[in-house]
Design a protein around this ligand. Structure first.
Ligand code: NAD
Ligand code: DAU
Length: 372
């Protein structure tokens, strides 16, 4: 168990004067992070988000009247805005979640990925460099720029290869992973060249509340409930290493608190699963939690499974070796896959209004364009 989990949900005292700035906090992982941050600390959080199709303030509506959360609509590429936020709020840390995050979208149109993931991160680094240079000694020493990245930068693993460790070479295969890899390299270079106090985390596939239904797990739940085909790319035997989103958030908090400047930490769930097995699990849970009506044309949600054309350049397997973060920082995931996936299905069943609101016209255009 990590030290935070053992300290329970008591709000920490004495951190009122400090502030963190996070980017992309209206997205899936960012909004989970903000909600937990506000629940567990008293420290203000400035949330800079451009509200692209993936950003949704409804995720944060429980914080509407909470002065601990300050939302700023804006783009991480806007240098004067970022510089102004740093000067005004004087954060002790930045956590960079903002990104274009969907691999399939990066294949259809990589431009936004280059813009936000590479230029945006570069812009943040330049702003932080100028800001940190002016900080007094102790504040400079304690400042951290934490860059949230992905395991996809390491490329694809053979079936019997060991899981990705922090020393694996970078071999990104999609425009998305290449743009994230570029941003990781910039973060690394700013540490080595300018001494910027940075931390990088590379995490495996997340799942949980507030994930946009373009990603495998929420897409399958959404389609199943609508009795639509459940699209499996290729043979469905590609493997991902699944982590419940609040475990990713707790790992980021551990790295922010005790990670060593300049270090990289891999984060993963020790949950390697083939896509087809994930989809079977979801169908079986739905068969129990939302049984099909007696007059349905199918007898199980599994009957909706449809193999479709594979993703171009589809990585076969990802797996994370999380030994470093466990050994150095004492972090371990709290959820097993079985508990996490059940919570997730229950959350989507209880929040069909949220799903209905995000599956707007733009989303339907995407489904039409991508799945035909
Ligand atoms: P997401 O797509 O759900 O959210 C991204 C957020 O960034 C949105 O709120 C969006 O409005 C915002 N954003 C996009 N462009 C912006 C810009 N130019 N300026 C300001 N804000 C902008 O993404 P997510 O799944 O929550 O991922 C968050 C981060 O974690 C990303 O950096 C991603 O690469 C990384 N990551 C994700 C996973 C995963 O499984 N989802 C796993 C490992 C790492
Ligand atoms: O590994 C971390 C990465 O995980 C993050 O960096 C990305 O931001 C995040 O989107 C995720 O990338 P994936 O491509 O692995 O996630 P996605 O949910 O899109 O797909 C998971 C697997 O399911 C993948 O092998 C493709 C497959 N898939 C996906 C969709 C949307 C299908 O078979 N059918 C589908 O319709």
């Amino acid at each position: 168990m990590n030290s935070e989990a053992s300290s329970g949900k008591m709000k920490k005292e004495g951190d009122k004067k400090m502030t963190i700035l996070i980017t992309g906090g209206a997205g899936f992982i960012g909004s989970n992070f903000v909600l937990e941050w506000v629940a567990e600390t008293n420290e203000p959080v400035i949330n800079l988000d451009a509200l692209t199709y993936a950003g949704n303030l409804e995720n944060l509506k429980t914080l509407e009247n909470n002065s601990q959360h300050i939302f700023v609509k804006g783009d991480i590429r806007d240098r004067s805005l970022v510089a102004e936020l740093l000067t005004t709020h004087k954060p002790r840390a930045i956590i960079n979640f903002a990104a274009e995050s969907h691999v399939d979208r990066s294949i259809h149109g990589p431009d936004e990925f280059i813009q936000t993931n590479i230029i945006g991160t570069f812009n943040l680094l330049e702003c932080v460099r100028a800001y940190v240079d002016k900080l007094p000694g102790a504040e400079r020493d304690n400042f951290r720029f934490l860059h949230v990245s992905t395991d996809e930068v390491y490329g694809s693993l053979d079936a019997d290869a060991p899981a990705f460790s922090e020393t694996n070479p970078y071999e990104p295969n999609s425009p998305y992973s290449a743009s994230k890899a570029s941003s990781d390299h910039l973060v690394r270079a700013y540490h080595h060249t300018y001494g910027l106090p940075v931390l990088t985390t590379n995490c495996s596939n997340n799942y949980g509340p507030f994930q946009f239904p373009e990603k495998l797990i929420p897409l399958i739940i959404h389609n199943a409930l609508a009795h639509k085909p459940l699209p499996i790319y290729g043979d469905g035997l590609q493997i991902r290493d699944w982590l419940y989103v609040s475990d990713h958030c707790s790992a980021i908090r551990r790295v922010l608190q005790d990670g060593r400047s300049g270090e990289v930490y891999n984060i993963g769930g020790l949950n390697e699963k083939a896509n087809i097995d994930i989809v079977h699990t979801l169908c079986d849970l739905l068969d129990v939690l939302r049984p099909l009506p007696g007059n349905a044309e199918i007898t199980s949600y599994r009957d909706l499974i449809t193999h479709v054309k594979d993703r171009p350049g589809h990585d076969r397997r990802y797996a994370i070796d999380a030994a470093k973060i466990e050994k150095d920082l004492g972090w371990q995931p709290a959820e097993t896959f079985e508990t996490g996936i059940r919570k997730t299905v229950e959350w989507y069943l209880d929040h069909q209004d949220w799903v209905a609101n995000v599956t707007s016209g733009k989303y339907r255009n995407w489904v039409e364009k991508h799945y035909g």
